[in-house]
Design a protein around this ligand. Sequence first.
Ligand code: ZN
Length: 112
Amino acid sequence: MSRRCLHCGTPFEPTKGNQRYCKKKCYAVAYCAANWERCAARRAANRAANRAREVKYQAAYYAANRPRITKLKTAHYTANRAAILKQKAAYRAAKRKRLKDLKTGKGGRTKR
Ligand SMILES: [Zn+2]
């Protein structure tokens, strides 16, 4: 008897009576959606434990693929230049306003 996966909807043949997902990956995604905090804590712990290894791996990857990464970044910037500049201008304007508000004593920390 065929059943549909609760996550992706693919029909599958269950190997056990209580099987609800077609593959481990679908179960993991559904589990993390339902137990978000537990999964986030586990990810954070894992990341902290492997931070040095990750940094090393990323540096090696960047060194090995530098020309390709540079090319991709340049292409991305060229294609999205207008949007990037607009976002930067908005950020700067907001920062200017924050600084002005700080000077005039509106919001932020109070003067001593
Ligand atoms: Zn599935």
